[in-house]
Design a protein around this ligand. Structure first.
Ligand code: HEC
Length: 106
């Protein structure tokens, strides 16, 4: 019985550390990718470039939808089509939430 308990305990530790590892990898990739978005769209999603849309406060579902469209080539843009192909659905969602809340928004 105690052997089984130890095995279960070991499994719990292993799976917990795997979850930790995955979310750390997610956080690192996410931050790198987000820095790229920010370079064009602005740190809070608002920017002064005429050709780059403001994302600050934009609807989350809309943004995720557009990113999926870029990824699936249903919407084409020289940059965004390439950028969106790097993103997982999880990252799209997290980025959309980031720009929707707009870090510097009050
Ligand atoms: C090199 C500059 C550049 C980078 C980097 C960039 N974007 Fe864009 N983004 C654009 C431009 C330009 C458009 C408008 C494309 C068009 O006219 O269809 C756009 C469009 C969008 C749209 C659609 C907005 C709308 O109103 O329909 C979303 C959402 C978006 N970008 C999110 C992101 C995210 C998230 C990232 C980072 C993973 C990112 N962008 C990286 C330049 C960039």
């Amino acid at each position: 019985m105690s052997v089984l308990k130890n095995k279960i305990a070991a499994l719990v530790v292993i799976s917990a550390s795997m979850v930790g590892f995955c979310s750390q990898a997610f956080a690192e990739d996410y931050q790198k990718l987000l820095n790229m978005c920010i370079a064009c769209h602005g740190v809070d999603g608002s920017n002064e470039f005429d050709s780059i849309p403001n994302l600050k406060g934009q609807n989350v579902q809309y943004m995720v939808g557009q990113l999926k469209n870029f990824k699936a080539d249903k919407r084409q843009d020289q940059t965004m089509s390439k950028v969106a192909k790097l993103l997982t659905q999880e990252q799209m969602q997290a980025m959309a939430v980031y720009f929707n809340t707009g870090k510097e928004q009050d």
